[in-house]
Design a protein around this ligand. Structure first.
Ligand SMILES: [Zn+2]
Length: 395
């Protein structure tokens, strides 16, 4: 089959001499001779054809050899077909599905681990063990074994599939990142009336949309560069930088306290929760300075090694909550995040129509990757690839 295959056996020391933007050319290539993914020897598996597959920040990180070295423990596959944000078609029935890419004990054919037993398969303790799937990663799209969204075929278990009916392709392809965003939004048990979301990329905008749906009266500020940031329901958008502390103090009648030796002031009467959907040292720093005592910082999505002064976590007894992936939600009565999101995506009032800004065929994968990496500089939020041009997109 045709797929963009990533060969990660290229040693890191060879890549370190190559600028990050040119590393994809060393590791990724479009090929017509990639073996179709095999159905695992267990019931309930299907072969599907991706209609549209998103390019995630984590895909860009793989292509540029910038993934976390710690997390390489869980992403051991040397041959990967990237793409885990997938809407796919079952040719036998014509049914369309959003695919939940998390592969946990139940899929691998194991007795459930402690996390899976507790209803948290998104932090399964056997993410590195292939079992019957052959997949050596927490989710699909980081191992060629089950295929990925950037190829003509993908294999998925029935329990991973959420029917999307006639939901437009450009909305349905958001099911996975929107589930990450809703799962993140649900980590915060509402304790106040003011939230900040840092990063107006896909995850940030979808976090705003989820918060707005969960908490209609919540005051939401989104921080960061980008034109479309208010379209998903924020009350206001502010440009990034330490000045946001003064701006929020003015808006909400708060007070700023200035440390003698650093640039960023601390906000008194600060906000109740900050969702940092970027995770850079500057954004974590601003988040910590914006929070009221006992507030919560939710770190959504990617991982990394960041040099940050964490003093305010101790001093103001903040909670730092990391989150990625999704699954059964206690606060949704045990329903999965994606089941809820697929329902919201089918509702035209769920304001996410502008999030997919670009689609490209597989032959244009390099342009797609560069556009996704450039983000606001290219006018891009979510960029998606279309691996099967014969499958019509649903408008
Ligand atoms: Zn497990």
């Amino acid at each position: 089959m045709r797929a963009v295959l990533a060969d990660l056996s290229v040693p890191r020391y060879l890549l370190s001499a190559v600028p990050a933007t040119r590393r994809a050319a060393r590791m990724l290539s479009l090929r017509d001779d990639v073996p179709e993914p095999a159905l695992p020897d267990a019931p309930g598996w299907l072969l599907l054809r991706p209609e549209l597959a998103g390019i995630c920040g984590s895909d860009v990180a793989v292509a540029r050899a910038r993934s976390s070295v710690v997390l390489s423990a869980f992403y051991a596959a040397r041959r990967q077909i990237l793409g885990h944000e997938i809407v796919a078609v079952d040719d036998a029935t014509g049914d369309r599905f959003a695919l939940d890419p998390v592969i946990s004990c139940v899929h691998r054919g194991f007795d459930p681990c402690r996390s899976c037993r507790d209803g948290h398969p998104y932090v399964c303790e056997r993410f590195d063990q292939p079992g019957v799937t052959g997949c050596q990663s927490p989710t699909q799209g980081f191992d060629a074994a089950l295929g990925g969204g950037w190829g003509e075929y993908v294999v998925a278990h029935r329990s991973q599939l959420h029917p999307v009916g006639a939901t437009p392709s450009r909305r349905a392809v958001l099911a996975e990142p929107a589930s990450i965003a809703l799962h993140a939004a649900l980590r915060w048990r509402r304790t106040g009336d003011r939230a900040v979301v840092i990063g107006p990329g896909t995850i940030g905008l979808l976090t705003v949309a989820a918060l707005r749906r969960l908490h209609p009266g919540l005051d939401i500020t989104v921080i960061g560069p980008g034109a479309q940031r208010e379209s998903t329901g924020a009350d206001r958008a502010l440009d990034s930088g330490p000045h946001v502390v003064e701006q929020l103090a003015e808006l909400h009648g708060g007070r700023v306290i200035r440390p003698r030796l650093t640039r960023t002031p601390i906000l008194e009467q600060g906000v109740d929760v900050v969702f940092d959907c970027v995770g850079y040292p500057q954004t974590i720093d601003v988040a910590l300075h914006l929070l009221r005592p006992t507030g919560m910082m939710v770190l959504v999505g990617g991982a990394g090694r960041q040099r940050v002064d964490w003093s305010l976590v101790w001093n103001r007894q903040l909670t730092v909550q990391g989150t990625v992936n999704s699954g059964p939600e206690e606060s949704l009565g045990g329903r999965t995040t994606m089941a809820q999101i697929v329902e919201w995506l089918a509702d035209p009032a769920y304001p996410v129509d502008g999030v997919v800004t670009h689609t490209f065929g597989l032959p244009e994968w390099r342009t797609g990757l560069d556009t996704a990496a450039a983000g606001p500089r290219a006018g891009a939020v979510k960029v998606a690839l279309r691996p099967n041009p014969d499958l019509p997109l649903v408008a």
